[in-house]
Design a protein around this ligand. Structure first.
Ligand SMILES: Nc1ncnc2c1ncn2[C@@H]1O[C@H](COP(=O)(O)OP(=O)(O)O)[C@@H](O)[C@H]1O
Ligand SMILES: [Mg+2]
Length: 338
């Protein structure tokens, strides 16, 4: 900060202030100026660091665009996952460990002693008929429901407080089957709901202002990377189509570099092009060593991206397979209990 000494000196002279108080006044001005300068620089540093973080989260790992990966095309199987890759993943560290989880709603035992694990870089498909308990299991892992029995560990830490914010803190991002978006909020505000970017950083939290521009630009970058058409992110979610809402929900889950991303039927409302973009995104998350749980009824989608599939039946793990053309019958048999 530049200070004109002459101006201050003259001003103090005009006010007829004695030399002693002039020194004190100038000293005070210097202290205040230095303080402001320090704060300004600290703020600038924080802002840059934050923008850097956001850019990193939004940048595709390989520099390619989402959707580039070879995926399933009209009945033809293009399976990018090699046995080597599966062997490699089986040695990676465990991101999620579900042990003996049980959950009852009234008289209905929805989950009964469920055990499963997800490793870093693994896409685990969770399969099962309607009502098998898939969504309930997902809601336990993401802290929405508290299981009656068992434990859930995320990246080594046990989830003890069953609250979505707590699971998110441990590194779980979830796309719920019902999407769980705030209808009245703009799409980009939904992206950052509960973790708004606000500043300046040196103000107490309650006094900071939301940085809409930063949030908007970051959301735009992630959505564009997804190759999903959401023309106006400033529109409230209530005015969007099913596909656009799903795109917003999926992109939101992928945007924050969490170690575990859960997608409960993420392609149910999407067309072919958008579905492939989401599958591409899932593959890319896995390549970034994110653990992914994918719930889908579309076996082609499962075969295209999943390393392993666990089948739930009436709240229990009925079986586990490496998804592929030859195991499709096995999956169906596990589902119906044949
Ligand atoms: N909040 C709830 N209260 C009571 N019953 C529930 C609740 N959520 C799910 N259920 C029941 O639990 C069973 C499993 O549901 P869900 O986990 O949604 O299955 P899936 O996702 O595999 O189709 C269903 O019979 C469903 O009706
Ligand atoms: Mg469900």
């Amino acid at each position: 900060m530049r200070i004109s000494w002459g101006v201050i000196h003259n001003a103090l002279n005009i006010l007829n202030i004695s030399a002693f108080y002039q020194f004190i006044a100038i000293g005070a001005v210097i202290v205040v100026a230095v303080e402001i300068d320090v704060l300004r620089r600290a703020f600038e540093r924080r802002r840059r660091a934050h923008q850097g973080e956001l850019r990193e989260a939004a940048t595709p790992p390989s520099g390619g665009r989402i959707g580039d990966e070879a995926l399933v095309t009209a009945g033809r199987e293009i399976r990018a996952i090699s046995p080597d890759e599966i062997r490699h993943i089986s040695q990676a560290e465990t991101i999620l460990e579900v042990a003996n989880v049980g959950k009852r709603f009234g008289a209905l035992q929805v989950l009964d002693g469920v055990n499963l694990q997800v490793r870093a870089g693994e896409v685990l498909a969770l399969l099962g008929d309607n009502g098998a308990g898939k969504s309930t299991l997902v809601k336990c892992i993401s802290g929405v429901h508290e299981p009656d029995t068992g434990t859930i560990r995320i990246a080594g830490t046990e989830l003890t407080i069953y609250h979505p914010a707590e699971a998110r803190k441990l590194g779980v991002e979830t796309v719920y089957q019902d999407l769980a978006l705030f209808e009245n909020l703009q799409a980009f505000a939904n992206f950052f709901a509960g973790r708004e970017v606000a500043g300046p950083g040196w103000l107490p939290e309650g006094l900071r202002l939301c940085r809409d521009k930063v949030m908007f630009e970051h959301s735009r970058a992630v959505i564009d990377g997804l190759e999903v058409r959401v023309p106006d992110l400033r529109r409230p979610v209530a005015t969007m189509s099913g596909g656009q809402r799903q795109a917003v929900a999926v992109a939101r889950a992928a945007a924050f570099s969490a170690p575990l991303v859960i997608l409960d039927e993420p392609t149910a409302a999407l067309g072919v092009r958008e579905s492939h973009a989401v599958l591409g995104l899932i593959s890319r998350l896995a390549k970034k060593r994110v653990g992914v749980i994918l719930i889908s009824h579309n076996m082609e989608h499962v075969m295209a991206v999943a390393h392993r599939a666990v089948v739930l039946r009436r709240g229990r793990v009925a079986g586990e397979v490496i998804p592929g053309k030859e195991t499709e019958k096995e999956v169906v048999a596990f589902m119906v209990g044949a």
